[in-house]
Design a binder for this molecule. Structure first.
Ligand code: FPP
Length: 234
């Protein structure tokens, strides 16, 4: 269990953290291992951070697992990522249910292979009633695509406003994004949660995703606690 201030002792309650999990390939390359081994170790990091988020009392942890751009990776890498995703959900579904974790997908996941779509559909249904931490996995996700879909849905209902678009985003039922983390030293958003990041704090680290630990998350949350958020005011 990671030491963490009780919510009432935090400067601002942190409800929703998102992570751009980057650096699996470089982690593997540095060890002269195939890229897929980096992704396998990345899944282990997903597992320990999901547990940490739950223990720290976060309402939502959103992970960028597969972007709309990731389809352009070599076919064997895409296949390996789909296999890892499937095995992760299959292996951890009981754990989610036992710990009141709700699974949610953002992005158009129905474009994934049929067996993955079926397995995700089952996992979503089985965890839908859970009321603890929501583990949000971004799959075939791109923020520009999400915003365009939300704007079209808002327009079809008659009014295009900030509020009506926000109500149609894939994240509409989640708390506002508080903190966005990116690992591996890259400092860009890569089409992830562009709308939701409007007032989020950002935390960038050189740590590669397979090496990311709950202690790093606690460090990011402590940095968040120390910052004063002004939302454009003074
Ligand atoms: C970035 O590393 C990582 C990805 C594109 C995929 C992230 C996927 C996982 C952590 C595993 C599957 C996820 C789940 C939820 C089971 P990269 O390959 O771009 O690394 P590099 O920039 O060092 O090459």
């Amino acid at each position: 269990m990671i030491p963490r201030k009780a919510p009432e002792a935090q400067a601002v309650a942190i409800r929703h953290v998102a992570i751009i999990m980057d650096g699996n390939g470089r982690w593997a390359k540095a060890r002269h291992l195939p890229r897929v081994v980096g992704h396998q170790r990345g899944v282990e990091a997903v597992r320990r951070l999901t547990k940490a988020a739950r223990e720290m009392g976060l309402e939502a942890l959103t992970l960028y697992a597969f972007s709309t751009e990731n389809w352009s990776r070599p076919e064997d890498e895409v296949t390996a990522l789909m296999g890892l995703l499937k095995r992760f959900i299959q292996a951890d579904l009981e754990e989610f249910c036992a710990n009141n974790v709700r699974l949610k997908i953002i992005g158009d996941y129905r474009a994934l292979p049929a067996d993955v779509v079926a397995m995700l559909g089952d996992a979503l249904a089985r965890t839908a009633g859970n009321t603890g931490t929501t583990l949000v996995v971004a799959l075939n996700y791109g923020a520009q695509d999400e915003i365009a879909r939300a704007a079209a849905a808002a327009a079809a209902k008659g009014a295009v406003t900030v509020e009506s678009i926000a109500a149609e985003l894939d994240t509409a039922d989640l708390p506002p994004l508080d903190l966005l983390i990116r690992t591996s030293g890259e400092v860009r958003l890569s089409n992830f949660l562009l709308w939701q990041a409007a007032y989020a704090e950002m935390w960038f680290t050189d740590v590669l995703w397979p090496d990311f630990t709950p202690e790093h998350l606690a460090e990011a949350l402590a940095a968040f606690d120390a910052r004063e958020r002004r939302y454009g005011g003074r």
